[in-house]
Design a binder for this molecule. Structure first.
Ligand code: FEO
Length: 401
């Protein structure tokens, strides 16, 4: 049975939720599920903005059929060719064979890469920056947004109702639980962390490109933002834009310490815990710790974008960095993290190496600073190391003032 949500007089959400997804993009846990948003504009012409993932085909097609109420589908706008949004292009073409495909040239090329069928050239409306499609009452302007999150991405602006269809931007992990508008839920408590984890892991590497999109978007009046995942924004968008400004410029949200440790028999954890206690004694609030062996790196990457100071503590393993810590550090380097203060703690029972190797990895990132030369532990923390840990805590706090 269809399940749709009215957004405006002319606009309907025809997407669907997947709460059983094991791994989004084959990598990311999505414990609150994920929504695949698709929007149907009912004007003189009917316009579908993006499709959905193949996991929700049936619900999606029922939603469209019901919403169209017997009308034909005139246009399919494709803003992003990642399969979580484009998987149903073939199904749409099968059901509505005369639909005009509205996309840019890069998207057209990707359609050929992903699918085997040929779409005649005359069935395409190829658009570029600033082109406008009139659908009756509505004027839809196309704005290119390369690398937010793939190179072909564009966003669509409805200048009649002042709605930005923002593709992956302003999206979030988490299914839509009944309500469709962010102002109808306790978004900050229930979704902000998942929105940060979504942004930082999916788009975090492309801060300058996100900045370009924010700049373009600031030039138009926006009453509503309709992303491809998560809730629709019609109020208080400033608070989400403020987060996007911080995340895309690699500016920490809070002045505090994140400690990520990898420990085999507890010695490294003990050092990390003692450091956390010393920081707390010195007045640092909201310290956060992760055992990287049990927490997926996407959560640590997300908090690495939030915190100003990050301490990495790892045992030496196979003469290198402990495997889960090494994965995390590669992930952080891949996401281009900047403007942070780092410190490292290593452990090793006979030939400690992890500190030097972690520092080398993190040194690939720009605009960060290391606090101290690192602490080296042999097997377990002994009383002679307490002073060093205390000094590291003091040095960290000194840089927070
Ligand atoms: Fe939700 Fe980049 O796809």
């Amino acid at each position: 049975m269809y399940n749709i949500k009215k957004i405006t007089k002319d606009l309907i959400w025809v997407g669907a939720n997947d709460r059983r997804i094991a791994l989004f993009e084959g990598v990311y846990h999505a414990p609150q599920g994920v929504s695949y948003n698709s929007y149907l504009l009912m004007d003189d012409k009917t316009v579908l903005l993006d499709t959905v993932d193949k996991a929700v085909t049936h619900q999606f097609m029922e939603n469209i059929e019901n919403s169209l109420g017997g009308r034909n589908l005139d246009y399919l706008i494709i803003n992003h060719m990642e399969p979580d949004h484009c998987a149903e292009i073939p199904t749409i073409l099968q059901k509505y064979p005369t639909v005009k495909i509205v996309c840019n040239a890069k998207i057209q090329a990707m359609i050929g890469q992903f699918f085997d069928f040929e779409i005649p050239q005359e069935q395409y409306l190829i658009v570029k920056e600033g082109d406008v499609l009139n659908t009756g009452k509505h004027n839809l302007t196309f704005i290119m947004a390369p690398m937010v999150h793939w190179p072909e991405v564009m966003v669509t602006y409805d200048s009649t109702d002042k709605i930005l269809f923002s593709a992956d931007a302003f999206g979030s992990f988490g299914a839509i639980d009944g309500n469709i508008f962010a102002d109808e839920v306790d978004w900050e408590n229930r979704y902000l962390d998942e929105a940060r984890r979504y942004y930082t892991n999916i788009v975090g590497k492309y801060g300058p490109q996100v900045q370009m999109l924010l700049k373009k978007a600031s030039g138009v009046e926006i009453n509503m933002v309709c992303p491809l995942h998560g809730y629709v924004w019609r109020k208080d968008l400033d608070k989400f834009i403020d987060k996007y400004q911080k995340w895309s410029t690699y500016t920490p949200e809070i002045n505090s310490v994140l400690i990520a440790y990898a420990s085999v028999y507890g010695g490294t954890q003990n050092a990390a815990e003692i450091l956390a206690s010393k920081l707390a004694e010195l007045g640092v609030k909201d310290i956060k710790m992760f055992d990287v062996s049990v927490t997926h790196s996407s959560y640590v990457v997300s908090d690495a974008f939030k915190y100003s100071h990050i301490v990495f503590a790892s045992t030496t393993y196979n003469n290198g960095i402990f495997v889960e810590m090494e994965n995390l550090l590669h992930d952080i380097v891949a996401h281009n993290l900047q403007n942070r203060k780092f410190a490292v703690i290593e452990n090793g029972s006979w030939a400690p190496q992890a500190g030097r190797l972690m520092t080398e990895l993190l040194s690939q990132l720009k605009n960060n600073e290391f606090i101290g030369a690192g602490i080296s532990i042999k097997s377990a923390v002994k009383s002679d190391k307490i002073e060093e840990i205390e000094n590291l805590a003091k040095a960290i706090v000194d840089t927070m003032k």
